[in-house]
Ligand binder design. Sequence first.
Ligand SMILES: N[C@@H](CCC(=O)N[C@@H](CS)C(=O)NCC(=O)O)C(=O)O
Length: 229
Amino acid sequence: MQSAGTIEGSGARSKIWVHEETAMSQAIRIHSFPLSGHCHRIELFASLTGINHELVLVDLATGEHKKEPFLTLNPAGKVPVIEDGGVVIADSNAILVYLARKYAPDWLPADALAQAQVQRFLSLAANEIANGPAAARLVTVFGAQLDAERAKATATYAFDLLEGHLRSRDWLVGDRVTIADVAIYSYTAHAPEGNVSLEPYPNIRAFLARVEALPGFVAMPATKAGLAA
Ligand SMILES: N[C@@H](CCC(=O)N[C@@H](CS)C(=O)NCC(=O)O)C(=O)O
């Protein structure tokens, strides 16, 4: 269940969505845009781990992210950003690391090798996934002036890697779900919206289904674009 209401000081268009079952005084505020996979990672992680949170809509369509008060939170002018008491953190991977360390340590293994393996997939998410399926979807969903063919080629490179890696395992690192899986999930699941088919990738599709079967899973809204039109 979610409820919505206007919040003070963030403009008439801003809404705050409160998960009623977790609506307590210490909720983390996730400044977010519903169709952003970078933002969805954070909402998904908070939901999977039961972290008390509120979603604060940042209206990218009206440029709210390029104006105050948002620029004080993140001078880079990008979502997601979280506020946890007096702590402000931008960048989805940085947020995942912080939230896992602070509230859900099982999702970020402590030993050196496993942590390095998690970091490898956070890097894949920040580079090839962002420049591949996410960029391809920016073209079809938002009309971004990007090289769609190059983005699709980068997506193929990333998905070929993931498909091979998932041949003999359920999760990207170790034998349980971690923040690596959450970081990779959102833009991979929505790749068809950017004209990137998941048909050649049965292991990836099975991995996505495993994530979707986790208790607390929340989906990112689908758009009828690309192959999903
Ligand atoms: N490295 C950042 C990337 C965040 C990002 O690209 N956010 C997009 C939405 S998906 C954004 O805010 N775009 C607005 C802009 O760049 O003007 C992260 O992982 O959080």
